[in-house]
Every structure is written in C-alpha cells, then in structure tokens.
Write a protein that binds this ligand. Structure first.
Ligand SMILES: C[S@@+](CC[C@H](N)C(=O)[O-])C[C@H]1O[C@@H](n2cnc3c(N)ncnc32)[C@H](O)[C@@H]1O
Length: 352
C-alpha cells in the first residue's frame, strides 16, 4: 500500500487554524448541519484559484484563503448562539471501519458517484473531449488504438476517446448506476462497450490494450499499488498508460482530507438538498465526491515514480494540467503557492 499522510508545505499556523475551523464545524454538525454545508461549500470553492460561477472579491489566493479561514471560524463560532431543534441525523449512509470490506466500499462508492453521473448533462459530457485535448499529449495516444478506460464512471471519457479516433474502447467500472447511465448515453456508439469489473483485479489478460486510461480512480481504491500494477499488466509492451491521481501537500489536500472525514457525519441527502436550495450548478455536485467517497487517498509523485520503476516501465513523463481549475495551472500562475496546492495533481504518461 502506498501511504503518504504528510501534508508538507503547510506552515504550522495555517495548519492550526484549519484544525480549529474543522473542530468547530464538527461540533456545529450536530446543531446546524446545513450551516456546515454552507460553510464548507464556501471554503471548498475558495481553495481553487478560479471559480467560474461566483467571482472572488480578493484575487490573491493566499490572502483570500487565510482571511476566509479566520472569517469562517468566527461565523461558525457565532452560529452556536442560534437556537436549534433536536436534530436527528440519518446515519444509515455511513459505516464503521470499511477498509477491507470490498462489497461495502463498492456499494458506498456507487451511491456517491451514481447520482453525480445522472446530473451530468450532455454538454458536460462533451466537455470531456475538450478537457482530454487540453490535458493529453496528442491524438496518437488513441488514434486506431485498443483502449481501456479503467474506472469509466458515466463513460464521458470512454466516449470522448472514441471521438478521438480509437479503434475500440472498453470502459470498466464496478458502479451499477454509472454503468447504466454510460450505456444509456453511449451504448449505441460504435466500437465502445462497457463492462462491470474491479480495477484491482481487471478481467483481462496481460498485454491486452494499446492504451490504458485511468482518470481519478485508483486513489479511491483500497490498494494504490495493486491498482497501478493492474493498469500496467493489461497494457501491451510499448503501449501507453495515462494515469491521473490525487497528490498531496498544502492547504488544499490537507483540507480535502478533513472534509472527507467531517462530512461523513452529515447525511448525503441533506447535503444534496441543501446544495440544491443554494441552486448550485449540476456539474459542481462534484464537491459531493470529496465529501462522501468512502476512500480518498493522497500520494506523492515520488512514491508513484518509485513504484512504477519497480514495475519496470520504460518511460514516465509528467504532464501539467493546463485548464484554469487544474492545480498545476494555479501553481504556475501564483508564485510560492505550494503551501496552498502542495504538489498539485499527478498526471503521468507511462510507457510500458
Ligand atoms: C472520480 S470517478 C472517475 C470516473 C471517470 N474516470 C471520469 O473521470 O469521469 C471514480 C470512478 O472509479 C470507480 N471505482 C472506484 N473504485 C473502483 C474499483 N475498485 N473498481 C472499479 N471501479 C472503481 C467509481 O465507481 C467511479 O465511477
């Protein structure tokens, strides 16, 4: 198991303030859970350098985030003075120690992502083509290739890859609802098929695919190493693997870790209803992904490099996100911002 729990780049005062905010929010979650949702919505969106929906009053992310943390501590503290009823929260959605209960993880992960894919509109799905073009090296990765989309969710990238000229694309995921939506939206696409399966134990022979694509999946499994080794196993020698993983370090990843823990105390349905009342746009429901996914692991570039070398891959190339909401873009735009975004995100093109 790859394990990084160190959130370096963070200074101790920022860490202390964030801890304070989250400890107040934890107490507030039993009294005014909807206020916790409101506060974390504001906090989460502010952790990016760019918000396409609500303009930031302070542009400098460092000043803005530090100021906001203090303001939210004050706001949350004042909220205790507001009277509340005896709130009984539905805790059925969550579970105890799930680290090794695969069926439970599968169910809970499906419960988080299924509704998200449902909300994605055709236009959001089509954006996937633009995102791929902007993030990946060139069409050669897919043109006339046999491709696996490992952890395909609602199939937006599987479909985008067919549009980029792939010969055959297989999308695999263990989530029933995601697969149902993928089949409904793209089931008729020529050369595209969807299959149910576990990325930790891919139902394919060694060396089956020219290109293996995995976007934001392996960090949601119990075993990062096994997940990575499966991607490499099913790729043909000389073929390519596109791997996107969450990274670590800085206020951003540290806070995501805390949000993922805290929000498990507030029912999914309550957050969903509250965000709806706020009229949050549908494609932003992705916030719920971090708040409710059972497993979200953060690892360093170094660890992944080290492990890939052990697997004897022939080349590893790092790519930098170029979209406005990619952390790498923000790291480049704002000098000395590692304390906010740490190592950014892991985007590797690996040749087997
Ligand atoms: C963040 S979503 C990414 C989906 C898709 N790659 C995309 O970018 O639109 C993560 C997906 O991984 C799937 N997943 C997580 N663990 C899995 C596992 N062990 N086997 C198969 N799928 C898994 C989830 O069901 C979910 O659809």
């Amino acid at each position: 198991m790859l394990k990084t729990k160190k959130y370096n780049y963070l200074n101790s005062q920022d860490k202390l303030n964030i801890k304070k905010l989250f400890s107040i929010l934890e107490k507030l979650s039993t009294k005014h859970p909807y206020l916790v949702i409101l506060i974390l919505h504001e906090y989460y969106r502010s952790l990016y350098s760019f918000d396409p929906y609500i303009k930031f009053k302070i542009q400098d992310p460092s000043k803005r985030i530090k100021k906001l943390i203090k303001e939210l501590i004050n706001f949350a503290t004042l909220s205790f003075k507001i009277g509340s009823y005896n709130i009984k929260l539905e805790r059925k959605f969550f579970f105890r120690d799930h680290k090794n209960e695969f069926e439970e993880i599968k169910k809970k992960t499906g419960n988080v992502y299924g509704p998200l894919w449902k909300r994605f509109k055709k236009i959001n799905n089509l954006e996937a083509i633009k995102l791929l073009k902007n993030r990946l090296p060139s069409n050669n990765l897919f043109k006339n290739k046999i491709v696996l989309d490992a952890g395909c969710g609602g199939g937006r990238y599987s479909y985008a890859i067919t549009r980029l000229g792939a010969k055959k694309v297989t999308g695999i995921d263990f989530g029933d609802l995601g697969l149902k939506i993928a089949k409904k939206n793209y089931g008729k696409t020529k050369n595209l098929n969807f299959k149910k399966g576990n990325v930790l134990n891919l139902p394919f022979k060694d060396n089956s695919f020219d290109t293996v694509f995995s976007n934001g999946v392996i960090h949601h499994t119990t075993d990062l190493k096994k997940g990575i080794s499966e991607l490499v196993r099913v790729c043909k020698p000389g073929g390519n693997i596109w791997l996107y993983l969450y990274s670590t370090g800085g206020i951003f990843w540290y806070s995501r870790n805390l949000m993922n823990k805290l929000m498990k105390k507030i029912p999914y349905t309550l957050s969903e209803q509250f965000l709806r009342i706020m009229q949050m746009p549908d494609n932003r429901f992705i916030f719920m992904d971090n708040w409710y996914v059972p497993i979200e692991q953060h690892c360093s570039h170094k660890e992944v490099y080290k492990y890939l070398r052990k697997l004897n891959v022939s080349k590893i190339k790092k790519f930098f996100g170029r979209n406005k909401f990619d952390l790498d873009y923000s790291l480049k735009k704002f000098k000395n911002s590692e304390f906010i975004w740490g190592e950014g995100e892991i985007r590797f093109l690996i040749q087997k």
